[in-house]
Design a protein around this ligand. Structure first.
Ligand code: BG6
Length: 279
C-alpha cells in the first residue's frame, strides 16, 4: 500500500492490461481510474484537502447511510470514515479486485445508533470497473438507509457532454419546483447548474464526452435512482474545495438508492452495484 496525499494509505489496484485504480482507505474512495486505453476516467479537484474527517472532492465518494442533508453529516459518514482493507487479488477469471470493509464504531453509533457491516468491492478489468456494495444488518432491529456512488467523471469540455438513456424517465429538479416531471430529451446536455434526481431510472445510461472524447456505459443493479449534478459557475466559486472553473471538466452521474431508502431486517443483506464500461 502506498501513502497518498497527506500521508493517507492508498491501495494501488493493477490489472495486467495496464488498467489501474487508486483507492484511499479514507472513505473507501477511488481517486483515480486509468483504463487500459491510458485514459483517466475520474475527475479530482486540485483543491481537495485529503484531511481526515473531510470528504474528498472528486473520484467516487460513497454515500451512506444518508443522501444529501439530514440529521447525519451530508451524504452520511461512509465517505469520511477510515475503512479496513480486507483483500486484494487477481482472479483467474480475469479481474483484479480490492475489498474494503466498514462496521459500526463508537463514533458512528453516536450519530447513527445502528449495528451494521458493509463491504465494497472494486473489480477492475481492462476497460471496465465494477463497484459492488453489500450492507448487512448485524443488529436486532430494522435499519433503513440511503446508499450510492457519487461518481465524478472527468470530461474534456462540459459543452460536449451528453447523457442518453433517460428519455421518458421521471425526474425531480432539486433546483426547481421539485415537482415530478418527465425527461423529454434523448440526449441530456449540461449548460447550467444541474441537480436532478431520476427516481426508478432505467438501469443503463450512456455518458458521452468523457476525457479523450470517449463514452462510457453506466449500468446499475439493485440501485433505483440516478442523479446528475454539476455545480456550474456560482456554486463552484462558493465551494472551497473546488476550483472556480472545475465545473467545465466534470459531471457527476450518481447511482444508488438515493431518494428512497432501503429497509433491512435483522440478519438481512442488501447488495447493489454499478458497472462502468468504456464504450
Ligand atoms: C449531489 C447533490 O448529489 O451532491 C447536490 O444532489 C450536492 O445537492 C452535491 O451539492 C455535492 O455534495 P457535497 O456534500 O459533496 O458538496
Amino acid at each position: 500500500m502506498k501513502r497518498g496525499n497527506n500521508d493517507l494509505p492508498c491501495i494501488e489496484l493493477r490489472h495486467p492490461s495496464g488498467a489501474q485504480l487508486d483507492v484511499y482507505l479514507h472513505g473507501a474512495h477511488a481517486v483515480s481510474w486509468r483504463s487500459a486505453d491510458g485514459g483517466q476516467n475520474l475527475f479530482m479537484s486540485s483543491k481537495t484537502d485529503f484531511k481526515p474527517g473531510c470528504p474528498i472532492r472528486g473520484g467516487i465518494p460513497i454515500v451512506f447511510p444518508q443522501f444529501g442533508d439530514g440529521p447525519l453529516p451530508k451524504h452520511g459518514f461512509a465517505r469520511v470514515t477510515g475503512w479496513d482493507l480486507l483483500d486484494t487479488r487477481l482472479h483467474e477469471s480475469g479481474y483484479a479486485e480490492a475489498r474494503l470493509g466498514l462496521h459500526e464504531t463508537a463514533e458512528t453509533m453516536q450519530v447513527w445508533p445502528q449495528e451494521f457491516r458493509m463491504e465494497i468491492s472494486f473489480r477492475l478489468k481492462a476497460q471496465e470497473l465494477e463497484v459492488a456494495l453489500a450492507v448487512m444488518n448485524t443488529g436486532k432491529g430494522e435499519i433503513s438507509f440511503n446508499i450510492g456512488l457519487h461518481t465524478y467523471f472527468l470530461v474534456d469540455d462540459i459543452a460536449k457532454v451528453m447523457v442518453s438513456g433517460l428519455a421518458g424517465a421521471r425526474l425531480m429538479d432539486f433546483l426547481g419546483s421539485r415537482q415530478e416531471e418527465k425527461e423529454g430529451r434523448e440526449k441530456i446536455t449540461i449548460d447550467r447548474e444541474t441537480d436532478r434526481v431520476y427516481p426508478n431510472a432505467p438501469d443503463r445510461v450512456l455518458l458521452h464526452g468523457i476525457a479523450g472524447g470517449r463514452g462510457i456505459a453506466i449500468e446499475k443493479y439493485g440501485m433505483r435512482d440516478i442523479v446528475i449534478w454539476n455545480p456550474w459557475i456560482e456554486k463552484s466559486r462558493r465551494m472551497e474545495d473546488f476550483g472556480d472553473s472545475d465545473y467545465l471538466s466534470m459531471v457527476c452521474v450518481e447511482t444508488g438508492n438515493l431518494r428512497g431508502r432501503v429497509t433491512l431486517e435483522p440478519g438481512a443483506t442488501h447488495k447493489s452495484s454499478t458497472t462502468f464500461t468504456l464504450a
